[in-house]
Design a binder for this molecule. Structure first.
Ligand code: ADP
Ligand code: MG
Length: 701
């Protein structure tokens, strides 16, 4: 019933006329009572304390003062025009200043009447002033329901110019609560409330807007954050379950000859414990009736490829085909070259399909796939073309997932009557919390261990002015037989300036390292794929010692003899990119180095990025820092931002709470997949409301 009340348009609330309603809608997206109730304060201020004017000492302090306006005048001309009021208490005087909305404010200010003002102070020419104070008549202040802990609501410039100050917002909230009475029903189960010692929904909403004390405020925040995260997780876990029950996969029941033959006689090394664990997870998935939909996260060099290959062997042992799709031609070729000898060793047929595959080869591939004589297809986007049809595709693996969209993923599915198992591999570690929020509907495996014997890469940060020393270092390493990467930023391949930087850099390196003693390769995005590949191959074979490149080498390329990675203008790269690039070295037995070159002018974030890279080689730790610096929206792109627009929880700060919420969601759905038990009624009702009103918070019933 109160759900209906909550859907009342905001226009009907006392204190909201058509003008204000329009503003609330356009500025804050508040359409209904419901929306207003879920406008949570950004922060709170302790308003028990009052200041006297003669005790003000700091600039920029937030203070609350009682006093009277004794004089108002307009000063300045045109754009500098402002409204200035003299404000006095018994100890002195100061100024209140408005740069905008002067007319509206002037009409309403009362002279010689007690006001409580609140805001930030500025010291100017020996006099304190307070621009755009929050103010309320003392008589109203005394009467108001609001407590000493004052919420500060999100606002916009337009709102404050039009007189919808924070005070006004608090007032609206008061009207709303008076009008609603106590008609908020519980949206979590008793079980949860008891076990987590949560306060009730009613109490939480009241205390988030009108905190009685710090303790209740903290409990209100905890309860609402938990609830928000819980319902997001419930949705994701539920989706995952539906998916599993609806989409039947092919159960791969046997682990047969190919797998065993390869594992016993041809595996070039022992699997790490993490690789074994992940293999087990994948086998369980593929062995069940449900379609596998798994994300495999593993730092660069953690050995995802062998896991992919072993998984493919299981598919083939069950008479299915497998495919591996890479984001670039170079990577596809590399996978092909790496896997071909292994396939040959056990008598499997493997082919490579890219945009530059010749027609004759394509035809051969198409036939092989349709007849089922071709077991494994490696390739790029070319695999997605309609002409590519499998006899029975059992497993599709996507490498470096973030480069492919969801649409492409589903295109792979449609290559069969029934969708193949899907394994998505990414070397861009996504912090657990973020992964849980964004990929909560995928199952996640993590390889969190590098193969043994790797020497940690030494990472240093050098300024451009040290370039000569760096060149000296390069020369020494080349003398030892090592190879060097020098990477330039080319964020946007069409940016002429970046291209010029790259070419200038190349020329100066060519001068410093002249022929015939030195051979230099160059690879960039404006080259033809065949030319790129030619240069990559030269470097791979050791015919060139230096590879000058843009970020095209970012992902996956494997040249074990390369031991130095120099990143030019490193401040222009994001953390995850820097980490990816660094992962190109340290693949062989030699000590490897990463040198981050920057200019002297560095912002705070850039400094943090450099320090993080120098300090840590743990992709997950780096990803956490990245998340803190950039926020979840930037990391995942706009596509997923919906999931991340939390109203009160923060997936960076509240990660423990997120795990807790996910555990609850999982356990509840495990016990009661349809939420039909009586004790889950509040959850069921809320869940249904959520679907109806879409917004995660539009659901109090
Ligand atoms: P990534 O996870 O970045 O794709 P790769 O699969 O390319 O990593 O593996 C990186 C290197 O480590 C390869 O040369 C691979 O042969 C080697 N490797 C993988 N697993 C192991 C292991 N368990 N022991 C030793 N070397 C391994
Ligand atoms: Mg890889």
């Amino acid at each position: 019933m109160s759900q209906d009340v909550l859907q009342t348009p905001i226009d009907y609330l006392k204190g909201v006329g058509p003008n204000r309603a329009a503003l609330l809608r356009s500025e804050l997206g508040i359409h209904t009572y419901q929306d207003l109730i879920h406008l949570f304060p950004n922060r709170y201020i302790d308003r028990t304390q009052f200041y006297k004017i003669n005790t003000l000492e700091r600039n920029n302090a937030e203070v609350q003062i009682i006093g009277q306006i004794t004089d108002i005048k307009e000063v300045g001309q045109k754009r500098g025009k402002r409204l200035v009021a003299t404000f006095r208490d018994e100890t002195g005087k100061m100024e209140l200043v408005w740069f905008r909305g002067q007319k509206w404010i002037r009409e309403r200010l009362k002279l010689h009447t007690d006001y409580v003002i609140f805001g930030k102070t500025n010291l100017f020419n020996g006099v304190f002033n307070m621009p755009h104070p929050d103010m309320e008549l003392k008589t109203d202040f005394d009467k108001s329901l609001s407590s000493a802990i004052q919420p500060i609501y999100p606002s916009t410039e337009k709102l404050s110019n039009r007189g919808i100050s924070n005070r006004a917002m608090c007032k609206l909230m008061e009207h709303l609560f008076l009008q609603m009475g106590n008609k908020f029903t519980e949206s979590l189960s008793n079980e949860m409330i008891e076990q987590q010692a949560l306060i009730s929904k009613k109490e939480a909403l009241l205390n988030i807007h009108f905190p009685k004390n710090q303790n209740l405020l903290a409990r209100a925040q905890f309860r609402l954050k938990f609830e928000e995260l819980f319902y997001i997780q419930l949705q994701l876990v539920y989706k995952n379950l539906i998916h599993k029950s609806k989409i039947k996969g092919f159960p791969f029941e046997t682990v047969g000859t190919y797998f065993n033959e390869f594992y016993t006689n041809h595996l070039p090394f022992d699997l790490t414990a993490a690789q074994k664990r992940v293999m087990k997870e994948i086998r369980v998935d593929m062995g069940s009736n449900a379609q596998m939909n798994r994300l495999l996260q593993g730092d660069v060099g953690s050995g995802k490829t062998i896991v992919a290959f072993l998984s493919m062997l299981i598919a083939i042992d069950n008479d299915f085909q497998a495919t591996l799709m890479a984001p670039t031609e170079i990577l596809a070729i590399q996978h092909y070259n790496g896997l071909k000898p292994m396939c040959d060793a056990i008598g499997l047929k493997i082919s490579l399909l890219t945009g530059s595959s010749k027609t004759a080869l394509r035809k051969e591939i198409h036939t092989g796939l349709e007849e089922g004589s071709l077991h494994i297809l490696i390739g790029t986007h070319a695999i997605l073309e309609d002409k590519v049809q499998f006899k029975n595709l059992g497993l599709a693996i996507i490498d470096e997932q973030h480069r492919f969209g969801v649409a492409q993923r589903s295109k792979l599915w449609n290559k069969n009557s029934s969708p193949p198992h899907v394994l998505v591999m990414t070397a861009t570690p996504i912090p657990r919390t973020l992964a849980m929020s964004v990929y909560g509907d995928l199952d996640i495996s993590v390889i969190d261990e590098l193969p043994p014997g790797r020497k940690p890469i030494k990472t240093v940060h050098r300024f451009d002015s040290n370039r000569l020393k760096v060149f000296g270092f390069i020369r020494d390493e080349i003398k030892k037989g090592r190879q060097i990467y020098i990477v330039y930023p080319l964020i946007n391949e069409s940016q002429k300036l970046d291209f010029k930087d790259l070419m200038d850099g190349y020329e100066s390196i060519a001068r410093e390292f002249p022929l015939p003693n030195y051979q230099i390769s160059i690879v960039h995005g404006q080259m033809k794929p065949a030319d790129k590949d030619f240069e990559m191959q030269r470097f791979l074979k050791g015919e060139t010692q230096i590879m000058v490149a843009t970020t095209v080498i970012e992902v996956g390329v494997n040249v074990p003899n390369a031991s130095v990675m120099i990143i030019e203008s490193a401040e222009r790269f994001g953390l995850s990119q820097l980490h990816q690039l660094r992962g190109r070295v340290g693949r062989g037995a030699d000590q490897s180095y990463c040198i981050l070159m920057t200019s002297h002018k560095l912002g705070n974030d850039s400094k943090t990025r450099m320090e993080t890279m120098v300090r840590s080689s743990d992709g997950f730790e780096i990803a956490e820092v990245d998340l803190k610096l950039r926020g979840p929206g930037d990391i995942m792109g706009t596509q997923q931002s919906g999931v991340l627009q939390l109203k009160i929880a923060n997936i960076v700060q509240d990660k423990e709470l997120l795990s807790l919420a996910r555990t609850w969601a999982k356990n509840i759905l495990k016990e009661d997949p349809k939420l039909s038990l009586h004790k889950h009624l509040p959850i069921h009702t809320t869940y249904v409301q959520m679907g109806k009103y879409k917004n995660i918070w539009n659901y109090i019933s």
